[in-house]
Design a binder for this molecule. Structure first.
Ligand code: 4AD
Ligand code: MG
Length: 431
């Protein structure tokens, strides 16, 4: 059959009565009433009912087979007046075996088995909707950075060293040398600010050798990283992150009405996102019975709790927690003028989950060297890093966000594995 004439279901449904069309897609359901057969045909745009009285072979079709069908569009029996296709001819492109390994209709299959059969699982309209929305979020981020004058960069994912915690590095064999998978484009984005681009961003894979078996950790995720020069403080970085979150939500609301409906999600554009110092956050948590020491980081329970508190107090799904203790931040975060134990840093928490970490960076070489010493990091051991600061480096700061976490939190998915097609974790290396 001629695929050149193929119409998407959505367009076929808008054809005039009696128009001849060719459609193609997956057999979602087959039903017989007397000697009339009905097929629900699904393609990427929707579902069309096909009606036939002539073809006995239809009874032999299996669910999820791929067919090409031609016929005449007619007003159907449904109250909605939705058109259906009176079948004139059809071809089976690929017959699906039975039974299917997972349940697409009631989606009762557990997540592990669904991911093992992701290509089938993604035919489920709800799963499909998540990844279409993810695609639009990706586009929104690119559009946003581009409109704000950021330059896109791509940096190596095979590296000789990292600047984040050494414990999270995956080692790879690189000919006769040791190398690591990149755990952050941190060095390179700082380099490119110093290179004169001033504002850069990258969306790319990030690898973390964390043996965390949680609903929010992966060993490979998509990082959204940016770095900007000539800032006055970390507030300038938070301003950009705040505008970006609003942009993403506005764009997704406008472009994904059908998908959001499918998932029963209503998005809300945030008002001003509150910025609360860590000290104050700890006082708020203390009042709710969660005690943390001065040097403690927020654990996942604390993040969840502070998410609930700001929702109640500020009617906000987002909160910037600022001024993290120096003991919990990497050596390159800048310290404020009058406090050696704090940093000019922040995390963004969205509905109780961290989605971003950022800071103003220390750009003064002598101070940076000293901070490295305090953390036991020898700047000379990170190839090319110290030179960034020796030959003309403006004040700068940046942030790293996790795309998978953004999708997870925006769509209120209970497991990060729902927001990435092929998750990697300590137990999973395929498909
Ligand atoms: O908080 P992280 O580790 O910060 C950095 O990588 C810094 N270089 C960022 C900076 O510019 N200062 O990672 C950034 C974000 C987290 O907030 C989280 O959204 C995501 O990346 N992330 C993970 N997502 C999934 N699985 C993991 N194991 C993740 N680790 C971090
Ligand atoms: Mg972090």
């Amino acid at each position: 059959m001629n695929l050149e004439k193929r119409k998407y279901v959505k367009d076929a449904l808008n054809e005039k009565d009696n128009s001849k069309v060719v459609v193609a897609g997956w057999v979602e359901k087959i039903k017989s009433m007397g000697n009339i057969n009905f097929i629900n045909l699904r393609d990427r745009t929707g579902v069309l009912q096909i009606v036939s009285q002539r073809f006995k072979e239809i009874n032999k079709l299996t669910p999820e087979s791929v067919i090409v069908a031609s016929g005449i569009m007619k007003k159907g029996q449904k109250k909605s007046g939705e058109k259906e296709l009176l079948l004139e001819d059809f071809e089976v492109m690929n017959k699906a075996e039975t039974p299917l390994p997972i349940d697409l209709v009631q989606d009762t299959t557990q997540i592990d088995k669904r991911i093992n059969n992701r290509f089938l699982d993604a035919r489920n309209p709800k799963v499909n909707a998540i990844f279409r929305i993810r695609s639009e979020i990706f586009k929104a981020i690119v559009d946003f950075f581009s409109e704000e004058g950021f330059i896109n960069i791509n940096t190596p994912k095979i590296t000789s060293s990292g600047v984040e915690s050494g414990a999270e590095l995956f080692e790879v064999k690189y000919f006769n040398k040791g190398a690591y998978l990149s755990q952050s484009p941190q060095i390179y984005k700082q380099m490119m600010v110093a290179a004169g681009f001033e504002k850069v961003y990258e969306i790319g894979p990030v690898f973390r050798a964390e043996k965390s078996r949680t609903v929010r950790h992966l060993t490979e995720f998509t990082g959204v990283d940016m770095e900007m020069g000539f800032i006055e403080s970390e507030d300038d970085v938070m301003d950009v992150v705040e505008r970006m979150m609003k942009y993403i939500i506005r764009h997704t609301t406008a472009k994904c009405e059908y998908e959001l409906d499918t998932l029963n999600i209503e998005l809300k554009i945030p008002n001003k996102i509150p910025r609360i110092k860590m000290k104050e956050v700890k006082l708020m948590l203390d009042k709710c019975g969660k005690k943390l020491g001065e040097e403690d980081d927020l654990d996942s329970e604390a993040e969840k709790l502070i998410g609930e508190i700001v929702k109640e107090k500020y009617n906000s799904e987002f909160v910037f927690v600022t001024d993290y203790p120096w003991s919990k931040r990497p050596f390159y975060h800048m310290k404020p003028k009058n406090n050696k134990n704090s940093t000019k840093s922040f995390d963004l928490i969205f509905n109780g989950t961290e989605i971003a970490t950022g800071a103003q960076r220390e750009h003064r070489y002598e101070i940076l060297k000293q901070q490295g010493k305090e953390k036991g990091v020898n700047l000379d051991s990170i190839k090319g890093y110290k030179d960034i600061f020796r030959f003309g480096c403006p004040t700068h700061g940046g942030v790293g966000l996790g795309l998978d976490r953004i999708v997870q939190c925006l769509l209120k998915l209970d497991n990060i594995r729902e927001s990435i097609l092929f998750p990697r974790d300590p137990d999973r290396l395929s498909p």
